[in-house]
Design a binder for this molecule. Structure first.
Ligand code: XMP
Length: 587
């Protein structure tokens, strides 16, 4: 489908690049993402250009650049974070200062000069910062329009040339009034038309499914997730039941009751055109002995492909009358298409070799490839996919495997001023780069600790996450990690704990108040009770950034009581860390 974008977001490697495009679309303007180096001449018919943030320093060799001609097209340009620094770097008179310490998190922005970008924006406002370098000198003929305590040049503008730079992130919810700024750029400055809504595309989507299928049938691997289910229903609508088939691979890594749920939903939609493939044993064997998060993901990704190939080889797929359908959404296509520079925080398996071969042979159909997640939900609701399905919390493809942490060594918890350093590593994201570090465990849980978590991390170089101990069977001083991989016992332990947490969250209504609620098993405890549980309820808009959420005391008490009764569980911790600096999942 070829909707002409009015706005191009240049991807300078930031985690936030898609979030910017999404926000623009939410404002009713169709935006696409392109690699930052795209030639200026290819952007001549855009209404505006936005340069995203990114983890690099403009001075590093190989850092993302832009074609400097984009500043002379006469098209409005907004540089965000690293994008602003690129602007200062390329334009006459501008300079970027190398930062020693970063500024991550909330800051207070003082607008010192109202211009068209800041129209209607409060002159003192909370903004979200995530940077190390900063602009030290605005380019010639630019005004400095805003500052924070640690960043004297937090916004620059040349109204006449319609070039604007802001150091903070207007696209994240933590920046109050960020949408006002984006709206000003789109409508007042760039003159965009408000003409985009995903549900207007339905008819066109179905036409496109029919023309891509060209008489062939479509085979789906269903996961029970929103994307593949909506993609499947779209194909059902476009082609009818006889021409669409779905298989669900039971990896054994799913939550309690998941396979039954998917079976029910799909049987209702597709009747006999749905089957469950049991691959539990294969997945468990592939994961045996693996510890490192990316190694686990890779093994799962490869096994998925192996099972898929097996199914396709034995199924009706061989005769060439079938093509494969996938629920791939827009961010997936960009991130695995080789254009994005975002440092690999975590790989999402989507464009593996076997799938690439199908694309090359014209045997892949991805009806949602142009949409973001919230747009997929809108499409789903418009075609009658049930709320029960659309409102589900997101669940990662590799399932419980990435919530069942593993360890290669026996190591004791180490006491520090603030608490104990737990001997397990988890993934984090700081200044757009991946970290793999230890966790600080505070000895006492309190709501006040949520406010100081980021500060504690900034003070401890080797830590990217803070948890608080809620209940334990032994003092933290006696905790050690165990040599542990994924096995049936630990998976079942985690599945039981996850089911307890989910049941109590649903019953209490807490489930609706959070965006996602991972329950994590740590290979950390004492003899006879080798594992601990971490509760990780978070609020988020799209998973790119997230806030740790406290829960009502009575609920927490009830959860702990039931969790501590599960065989092998030594303690319950509560994850207090926002994203950044931690990620939502521990791996
Ligand atoms: P992180 O942990 O990166 O998670 O903050 C952001 C969102 O992505 C989900 N996630 C995954 N989803 N395959 C998936 O399909 C994966 O490997 C994966 N890793 C993380 C995570 O659950 C959260 O919603």
């Amino acid at each position: 489908m070829t909707k002409q974008p009015q706005i191009t977001v240049l991807d300078a490697g930031g985690q936030y690049c898609h979030l910017i495009a999404r926000r623009v679309r939410e404002l009713g303007v169709y935006a696409e993402v392109q690699p930052s180096e795209i030639a200026a001449e290819k952007l001549e018919d855009r209404r505006g250009i936005i340069i995203s943030g990114g983890p690099a320093s403009v001075y590093e060799s190989g850092s993302p650049q832009v074609d400097p001609e984009i500043f002379s097209l006469g098209i409005p340009v907004l540089g965000i974070c690293y994008g602003m620094q690129l602007m200062a770097h390329h334009l006459e008179g501008g300079a970027v200062i190398k930062g020693v310490r970063g500024e991550y998190g909330m800051a207070q922005l003082n607008v010192t000069q109202q211009d068209r970008l800041f129209e209607g924006f409060q002159s003192v406002s909370q903004v979200w910062m995530s940077h190390r370098d900063r602009v030290g000198q605005a380019p010639e003929d630019f005004e400095v329009t805003a500052a924070t305590a640690t960043c004297p040049i937090a916004a620059i503008a040349n109204d006449w040339r319609k070039l604007y730079g802001i150091q903070f992130h207007p696209e994240v919810v933590h920046t109050h009034g960020g949408k006002i700024i984006l709206g000003n750029f789109l409508f007042t400055i760039a003159g965009c038309a408000q003409d985009w809504s995903p549900t207007h595309q339905l008819e066109q989507l179905e036409d496109e499914i029919r023309s891509t299928a060209r008489g062939r049938n479509v085979f789906f691997f269903a996961s029970g997730g929103v994307d593949s289910t909506v993609a499947f229903s779209l194909c059902l609508r476009a082609l009818g039941k006889d021409r669409v088939h779905a298989a669900y691979v039971d990896t054994g890594l799913m939550r309690e009751g998941e396979t039954e749920f998917v079976r029910e939903v799909f049987t209702k939609m597709a009747g006999d055109s749905f089957e469950v493939v049991d691959a539990k044993q294969e997945f468990l064997e592939k994961l045996t002995g693996l510890v490192e998060p990316e190694a686990k993901r890779k093994a799962i990704g490869e096994e998925f492909v192996a099972v898929q190939e097996r199914v396709l080889e034995t199924g009706p797929f061989l005769n060439g009358k079938w093509i494969l359908g996938q629920g791939t959404i827009y961010p997936d296509t960009i991130e695995s298409g080789g254009t994005a520079k975002a440092e690999v925080i975590k790989t999402h398996h989507n464009r593996v070799a076997g799938i690439q071969a199908l694309i090359d042979a014209g045997r892949l159909i991805e009806p949602l490839a142009q949409f973001y997640k919230d747009e997929v939900r809108q499409v789903g609701a418009a075609i009658g996919v049930s709320d029960e399905l659309l409102d589900r919390h997101p669940f990662p493809g590799p399932g419980l495997a990435i919530r069942c942490l593993c360890s290669a060594e026996v190591k004791a918890a180490r006491q520090v001023d603030a608490g104990y350093i737990l001997p397990v590593l988890s993934v984090g994201v700081q200044g757009d780069a991946r970290t793999y570090r230890a966790t600080l465990a505070l000895e006492n849980y309190s709501e006040a600790a949520f406010h100081t978590a980021t500060e504690s991390i900034n003070q401890l170089a080797d830590v990217n996450r803070v948890v608080a101990l809620v209940q334990t069977a032994a003092p933290l001083a006696s905790f050690t990690s165990q040599v542990a991989a994924i096995d049936a016992t630990r998976l079942e332990r985690l599945r039981r704990c996850d089911a307890i947490v989910r049941r109590l969250s649903v019953e209490s209504g807490f489930e609706e108040k959070v965006w996602q609620f991972p329950v994590v098993l740590l290979p950390c405890g004492i003899l006879g009770k080798p594992d601990s549980i971490v509760l990780r309820p978070i609020d988020s808009v799209d998973g790119m950034t997230a806030q740790a959420v406290p829960m009502p005391e009575a609920l927490l008490k009830q959860m702990c009581e039931e969790l501590m009764a599960v065989n092998g569980v030594c303690a319950v911790f509560y994850d207090l860390t926002n994203k950044p600096p931690a990620t939502i999942e521990w791996e």
